[in-house]
Design a protein around this ligand. Sequence first.
Ligand code: PLP
Length: 334
Amino acid sequence: MNYTKFPRRKYLQGPTPIEHLPSLSNALGGDVNIYVKRDDLLPGSGGGNKTRKLEFCIADAMEKGADAIITCGAVQSNHCRLTAAWSAKEGLDCHLILEERVKGSYKADASGNNFLFELLDVQSIGVVPGGSDMMAEMKKKAEALTAQGKTAYIIPGGASNPIGATGYAVCAEETMNQLNDMHLGIDHIVVPSGSAGTHAGMVVGMIGVNGGIPISGVNVSRKKDVQEEIVYKLAVELAARLGVKSGIAREDLVCFDQYVGPGYSLPTESMVAAVKLFAKTEAILLDPVYSGKAAAGLLDLVRKGHFPKGANVLFLHTGGSPALYAYMDTFRQG
Ligand SMILES: *Cc1c(COP(=O)(O)O)cnc(C)c1O
């Protein structure tokens, strides 16, 4: 596809690696060959998927003359960390609104991403209760900055609008090119499904290049039907933006919701086991909130025989490992 008509800052040095995971595959019985796409190794302080989206969102902000970025996320948000990182790099101010989705979970002196917000010189942090209207909160902040003579630009949570999700359509095309170069036939791709830009972008990109590889999302907060509808809506908008002719079918969006546990960011036994298994077999660090739960889904689907014997399955590792340091007790107890 042709992405040259969209404003874009180039933050990637090249494609992220696709690696075979033989030890992990063997640990699961060896019937399925597991591969990983290492978006945890993307540039940007600490790595992770938001860098691909921010290539487009920050470029749009700069084209519009912004000198301050406002975004939002949970108290350990990787998206907030990476928005702060690329804002710092571009010489833009960064303001965060954090949603305390779990009551009492914000601690100004917490480790993990929260510590990095500080190090990356975030200009202000506003904390609001779970369930707040985050867009309204960000607009309030934008008005205050405008009154101070700033030009503010709002990036929605997870950078999951059609502008940001474009970064994951690019990723699907990048992946397909790599698989062709490697002459590696992948039967299925598994991705985390959160604010939906990653999942929607991958599906639209895959359809756009006629790659034909089915993609499944593993939810980190919502129920299956609700999440599929959110991803579908974004996918339709993104397909229109990119001019993907063949259209997106509702059935192209498939989510699993059995691995969420008690709720967003709350640890589960299967997440802890998945993080430990990836670390000890492949020396790959997952995270407690997204990639860890998505990997728990991947492992369970493999063990249940969801994929046929001999299948090649690619797991999109979206990063997030800085959050591990805010969850050390969970892993030491688990
Ligand atoms: C944001 C995030 C996701 C989810 O991606 P969405 O585009 O929000 O669905 C997955 N993994 C990590 C580490 C993230 O930070």
